[in-house]
Design a protein around this ligand. Structure first.
Ligand code: ZN
Length: 86
């Protein structure tokens, strides 16, 4: 077996801060990262009686709590990212 040095095309997703070998993985990861940046998750409350009186705040996440909005953003962003890809 011989080691070969190869040049391979990679796709850089700047918001996600990672490179991908697959175009679609890069586009999806970048779209998810952009959505997370604009609509960040709200962590659920770690309720204790002394801290919040057991408010029961379950937190919030776009993909879980507003799946239709999330899928619409994903569709728009993945399309835009595909069109503007260099
Ligand atoms: Zn609480």
């Amino acid at each position: 077996m011989t080691i070969e040095s190869k040049v391979q095309k990679v796709y850089w997703a700047p918001t996600r801060g990672r490179r991908y070998l697959n175009k679609w993985s890069a586009v999806r990861a970048e779209a998810r990262a952009i959505i997370r940046k604009h609509c960040p998750d709200v962590k659920p409350c770690r309720c204790t009686p002394g801290y919040c009186g057991m408010c029961g705040d379950p937190g919030w996440s776009l993909d879980i709590d507003e799946p239709l909005r999330y899928s619409r953003y994903m569709r728009l962003l993945t399309n835009a990212l595909m069109v503007t890809m260099k």
